[in-house]
Design a protein around this ligand. Structure first.
Ligand SMILES: [Zn+2]
Length: 305
């Protein structure tokens, strides 16, 4: 009898609980939806361990790796210009379209500026090994879609090579590269034709991201003109090409920079990174076909009809 009472009591309580769950759940969900999701930092290094887990969930495993460098930027901009600019663009983009942003990364290709003070030029093997271990470690922590946002022209060959060679062995993540920094048209009219490094565009962007580091009064202390000293056609490549044209590691004229141009270009850059993050989040093809490719590559003779 006692047992029976206990049984009845417990099944009654269970039924009540079950009913309350069934009836109360929609209300509960509604209450949850009404509360805005807590603000999470986009900075990897500012998240607690459990907030990091929530960040990976919220970003759908999409993480940004803004890629800068330490090199001379004419006579008037700081060594970290590319790092400062690309992080400004990437962090503002991630604020609009949530993604976890990896900390300062500046271990790229800059052999061509080793003759200037303050350049940190890692060896070719170190650049590739460090980048591979960094993306491997990011992926081990849930970043299955890694968008490298490049802020440095000297990486233009390194990054496609890195992405291409992800096919050499299986990875459970995809590397994407976004490598645009400056709109080709629109905005305030530009005053200079040559504008490849520390010139009108880059100086203007720095007047937005870190105006306190820009020394506009020094921008004409050195020449950023093209010295055109190499007499070979442009379709024949050499590593010394940049030095033959711009030995001061300065290309253009930063003195004509304006905040208005910087605001236009930086907004374009941020908007473009936002679009890239959305494209990456929506991409459900690359990893699937990458896996199919890895599998087929283990038995190439069987894949022919
Ligand atoms: Zn730069």
């Amino acid at each position: 009898m006692l047992m029976m009472t206990r049984f009845l009591k417990s099944s009654f309580v269970d039924t009540l609980l079950a009913l309350s769950v069934v009836l109360g759940l929609p209300q509960f969900l509604h209450a949850q939806a009404a509360v805005p999701a807590a603000k999470l930092s986009v900075h990897w290094e500012e998240l607690t361990a459990s907030d990091f887990r929530e960040g990976i969930h919220r970003s759908q495993g999409t993480c940004l790796l803004p890629f800068g460098i330490l090199e001379k930027h004419g006579p008037h901009l700081p060594l970290g210009t590319d790092l400062l600019d690309v992080r400004y663009a990437a962090l503002h983009a991630a604020d609009q379209e949530y993604a976890v942003v990896f900390p300062e990364y500046y271990f790229g290709q800059i052999a061509e500026a080793k003759h200037e003070p303050g350049t940190i030029a890692y060896s070719r093997t170190m650049q590739l090994a460090l980048l591979q271990e960094t993306t491997d470690e990011m992926a081990r922590n849930g970043c299955k879609k890694i968008l490298i946002v490049n802020g440095h022209g000297g990486n233009d060959s390194l990054l496609p090579f890195f992405a291409q060679t992800q096919l050499d062995k299986p990875h459970d993540y995809v590397v994407y590269v976004f490598d645009e920094r400056t709109p080709r048209e629109g905005g305030p009219a530009k005053k200079t034709k040559i504008d490849m490094h520390a010139g009108e565009s880059e100086t203007s962007k720095m007047m937005v991201s870190r105006p306190d580091t820009v020394h506009l009064d020094r921008a004409t202390n050195e020449s950023g003109a093209d010295q055109a000293r190499q007499k070979i056609p442009s379709d024949v490549y050499t590593g010394i090409w940049w030095y033959t044209r711009f030995p001061n590691h300065y290309s253009g004229d930063g003195s004509v920079a304006t905040k208005e141009l910087g605001e236009f270009q930086m907004k374009w850059w941020i908007d473009s990174v936002v679009k890239a993050i959305r494209v990456v989040k929506a991409d459900d093809v690359s990893l699937k076909l990458q896996n199919e490719f890895y599998e087929k590559s283990t038995h190439p003779l069987d894949t022919q009809p």
